[in-house]
Design a protein around this ligand. Sequence first.
Ligand SMILES: O=P(O)(O)O[C@H]1O[C@H](CO)[C@@H](O)[C@H]1O
Ligand SMILES: O=c1cc[nH]c(=O)[nH]1
Length: 248
Amino acid sequence: MLMSILQVNSEDIPPYAIVCGDPKRAEMIAGKLEGTRELAFSREYRTFTGEYEGVKMAVVSHGVGSAGAAVCFEELIRAGVNTLIRVGTAGSYSQDIPAGSLVVSIAAVRTEGLTRQLVPEGFPAVGDSQVVNALFEAASATSGVVAKGITVAVDAFFNGVVEIPHKQYKQAGAIAVEMEIAALYIVSTLRGARAGAILAIDGFADAELSEVYDPHTDAVGLAVEREIQAALRAIVRLAREDGQVTTA
Ligand SMILES: O=P(O)(O)O[C@H]1O[C@H](CO)[C@@H](O)[C@H]1O
Ligand SMILES: O=c1cc[nH]c(=O)[nH]1
């Protein structure tokens, strides 16, 4: 069946998927697979398939923001994906988690608008514990800071005149902020799929983000490489636990 927005056929989509905001990052991840095929590049959604250590997977970009990303997650799950890992970037709330660190999101604060149209207020956006643990263990095997905790999902990247209460989220214990994990966790829970997310920290979340935001430094580039390795390792482990890979 053709997925109308991603423009991919469900027959070509395996059960495991890595998703990320940037189509260029999708290409970079797909470059690490064997037998890579680009299936479609429709709007911001670029879809590749390939194999890593015997596990077939899709790599798909979902663009910036929850509403568009949710379309991608919905269609992937309709196409047969049952395990989704987001490989993203985020701003940090902690001096102990500087640029270049990795964060694994166990759950997301739903400050965005998309999930309010899907589930009632108070319903939690939670990652799948098996996926989250696989990601955390794989990330911990790479060199550098790795943290695990609650992340915040926002809609507004740049501030308007209404201040985003980053300080309160930080005081409440959240460790990083990005834009799509709440959508990923709610859509996955609703549709019976499992999901996790890993993030490369690109700086501190700040009221004047427009002046300091730079996701193109060497430290962030290295962290993106580390998170990609962690996501690939986590998928191989999950596939083994699922009995989908027989080789050691
Ligand atoms: O690097 P990605 O995966 O796009 O993630 C983060 O970067 C974008 C903002 O620049 C948002 O999509 C945010 O969630
Ligand atoms: O949403 C995002 C993504 C990266 N860095 C941030 O500060 N926010």
